[in-house]
Design a protein around this ligand. Sequence first.
Ligand code: GDG
Length: 490
Amino acid sequence: RELLRGELAGDEVLVVSNREPYIHQQTANGIEVARPASGLVTAVEAVMRACSGTWIAHGSGNADREVVDKHDRVPVPPECPEYTLRRVWLSKEEEQGYYYGFANEGLWPLCHIAHVRPVFRSSDWEQYVKVNRRFADAVIAEARTDDPVILVQDYHFALLPRMVREALPRATVITFWHIPWPNPESFGICPWREEILAGMLGSTIIGFHTPFHRKNFLETVDRYLETRIESEASTISYGGKLTQVEPYPISIAWPGTTEVSSESQSECRANIRKALALPADHLLGIGVDRLDYTKGIIERFQAVERMLELNPSMVGRFTFVQIAAPTRSSLDEYQSFEARVRALALRINQRFSNGNYMPILLKAEHHDQYQLNRYYRAADVCMVTSLHDGMNLVAKEFIAARSDEKGVLLLSQFTGAARELHEALIVNPYHIEQSADALYRAITMPEAEQRERMRSMRTLVKDFNVYRWAGHMLLDAARLRKRERVMQRI
Ligand code: GDG
């Protein structure tokens, strides 16, 4: 945190993302401030708190116009302001086309191999271009200097880096792509592939979670644009401008930003079981996700079912709690996914229920960080079975929450996190039998082995925390800024 502050001393920092870190909601009790469920917000918030500056995001609260006007530019976090949140308000049509349409029905399935077919509509693309322009204008208007550091977040703003660069040629634009980057063939089905790539190459630095996504990106650019690529140096030269492409694996704040519980680890364990009406020695699994088809929730439930089928002694002894925060619920694909998840949980519960016992407790609602942390601490196993995931922060949050060095992480090999957390039980989520075996192994693992694995993962997450993530990017940016200044003098 201090290093980050030092690195940015004197520089103006602007962040652009779709999601805002605080949502002002008009409720019967007046205005309430909510925190969205988002890995991106979790990570970037920690950085913004360390370096202040301005965060530009789409205003998503339902507050009425009067409230909205008052909250265009707000100091946040509300309890102890450390930076400014500047909102861009979108019309229904813009939000539909840019966010739900092009970003989430087009780019999201395009970049994730989850076998959901991307949808590309020209009308969505038009809104995507228009909204990128609106955010670029907001960045340009907010900039007080001609060489700010601008952190662009995610697939919602692929065109913005070039738009900003045209107005602020001396700016340092760092774009971080939070989701995977597919291979050139997969990416090539996007009708506007050249525009997307050219837009991104307005960045000084482009970051991905893993070297594999970087490699896919370089190959995609090579396939579709006239550029000069130095693979060794990982630079792309396009239209006289150089872009550095690097892996920066994202992480979480350490110690966690989640409010530290006032309960001890054993109280937490006991209280959660009591609240769920389970015996004190009951085995508990936890899953925490947005209710998204990339997260492998169906496959996870199938693994629980298979584990119970293979190990009847676990029926009545093991319960899996799935926290599933609602997300993008106006899209058909998400509605039908939620219906399938609910139906499967019901079927499995009917199959194994006995008295009050239900093997799956599906909590399809938003929980606050404090509650999430309590579940992490109470669980014997955390299941992360994404079919494809840029990083997955839940895996790292679970590890951070386990100061008792107990609990087992079961982790999909298709997450960025699996490239770092080798002591997790790594599974192929499509292989139900394998996941079921791993689940049984997790809930029967001797404490000494749990401790050994957890200790080693905790050291890694502690050392490679989110400040290190941001620090690496910003150090690279500082190096490039210095080089540019020297070159200008020559
Ligand atoms: C994208 C990439 C990448 C979940 N439910 C609730 C809640 N959450 C929080 C978790 C965690 C975050 O949301 C989810 O983070 P993930 O990393 O698992 O996933 P995405 O949202 O898909 O994030 C991902 C990430 O960006 C960062 O680069 O790791 O690969 O897809 O922090 O705790 N938070 C609250 N209530 C909930 O009900 N408050």
